[in-house]
Design a protein around this ligand. Structure first.
Ligand SMILES: *[C@@H]1O[C@H](CO)[C@@H](O)[C@H](O)[C@H]1NC(C)=O
Ligand SMILES: *[C@@H]1O[C@H](CO)[C@@H](O)[C@H](O)[C@H]1NC(C)=O
Ligand SMILES: *[C@@H]1O[C@H](CO)[C@@H](O)[C@H](O)[C@H]1NC(C)=O
Ligand SMILES: *[C@@H]1O[C@H](CO)[C@@H](O)[C@H](O)[C@H]1NC(C)=O
Ligand SMILES: *[C@@H]1O[C@H](CO)[C@@H](O)[C@H](O)[C@H]1NC(C)=O
Ligand SMILES: *[C@@H]1O[C@H](CO)[C@@H](O)[C@H](O)[C@H]1NC(C)=O
Ligand SMILES: *[C@@H]1O[C@H](CO)[C@@H](O)[C@H](O)[C@H]1NC(C)=O
Length: 245
């Protein structure tokens, strides 16, 4: 009946709608910027607990890891530009001791991990298995012990595994044969025992396999011939059986 009133309500609604859209368009890009400026809190907390388990670095080595800098600017940390998530953690040659925190598994955007040439002790946490985007895994020249975690096989994008010159024990997990992209596998100079898993012959992209200076025994598996891209094979200084000719 009162059409103008109805009309007013309509106009009011349209005005509200327009206002809402304007507010939304102001808020949404703003909040996106805000989120990326903060980065992901998960990554910051994970980095801080990683730091907590590292001791004895060169004086000042991790000084930049403080609250006045965004974690993406901390030494050795690289973030993706869009998402501000940690994509690389590279802290080699800093005399870092202590152990690698299981929180490493929370850096789920990590592609490169390089903590080589330090003094890390303890085990390689099984949580590395959560790092599905990982391509480079380098922990060589440390004092890591315990087994190579089978969970590492979950990181199906790995190109490089460098664990040489540690004190790793146990057998080489046969699951390491599951990588389709792996180019280099270096486990030399550890205390690994048991046989060479024939599953390694399934590593179709593998070019370098280094297992020298361990306590491996048994026969070199024929199946290794399946790794058709293999160029460099280092097996010296083990207890491997003499090749049957
Ligand atoms: C941060 O990352 C975690 C784990 O990937 C995810 O669950 C969470 O939604 C992210 N938070 C933000 C604000 O992006
Ligand atoms: C790792 O992530 C899990 C699940 O999001 C969370 O419960 C845990 O507190 C995190 N730990 C660290 C040290 O970041
Ligand atoms: C944080 O790290 C930066 C870069 O290393 C340094 O200049 C600054 O003094 C540090 N701030 C504090 C409070 O330690
Ligand atoms: C990892 O660090 C070591 C020691 O600094 C270096 O030789 C190696 O090239 C690094 N790896 C990558 C993939 O950058
Ligand atoms: C590894 O993958 C298996 C099978 O998909 C899953 O059950 C397990 O939780 C994963 N472990 C880690 C540490 O990601
Ligand atoms: C390596 O491990 C063996 C056996 O657990 C131990 O006797 C040896 O001291 C360790 N070496 C280093 C350098 O940690
Ligand atoms: C190699 O891969 C094939 C196909 O995925 C699989 O059937 C076979 O069991 C694997 N061999 C070994 C020794 O793991």
């Amino acid at each position: 009946m009162d059409k103008s009133c109805l009309g007013n309500i309509c106009i009011l609604e349209i005005n509200l709608l327009v206002g809402f859209v304007i507010i939304l368009s102001l808020l949404v890009p703003g909040s996106l910027k805000f989120a990326s400026a903060l980065g992901n809190e998960t990554d910051r907390i994970a980095l801080l607990s990683i730091k907590n388990q590292l001791v004895g670095a060169y004086p000042g080595a991790l000084d930049s890891w403080n609250d006045s800098l965004h974690f993406c600017e901390w030494q050795g940390v690289t973030c993706g530009r869009r998402h501000q998530r940690v994509t690389a953690l590279e802290l080699s040659g800093l005399k870092l001791a202590g152990s690698l925190s299981p929180s490493i598994g929370n850096l789920t955007f990590l592609r490169r991990l390089n903590l080589s040439d330090n003094r890390l002790q303890g085990k390689i946490p099984k949580e590395v298995g959560y790092l599905r985007r990982l391509r480079v895994f380098e922990l060589f020249r440390n004092s890591l012990h315990g087994r190579i975690p089978v969970e590492l096989a979950n990181c199906s994008n790995l190109l490089t595994i460098h664990l040489k010159q540690n004190n790793l024990t146990g057998e080489i997990p046969f699951q390491l044969g599951d990588f389709s992209k792996l180019i280099e596998l270096s486990l030399a100079a550890n205390n690994l025992v048991g046989g060479i898993p024939s599953s390694l012959g399934n590593l179709s992209s593998l070019r370098v396999l280094s297992l020298a200076y361990n306590h491996l025994e048994g026969k070199i598996p024929d199946a290794l011939g399946g790794a058709s891209n293999l160029r460099n094979l280092y097996l010296g200084s083990n207890n491997l059986g003499v090749l049957q000719l």
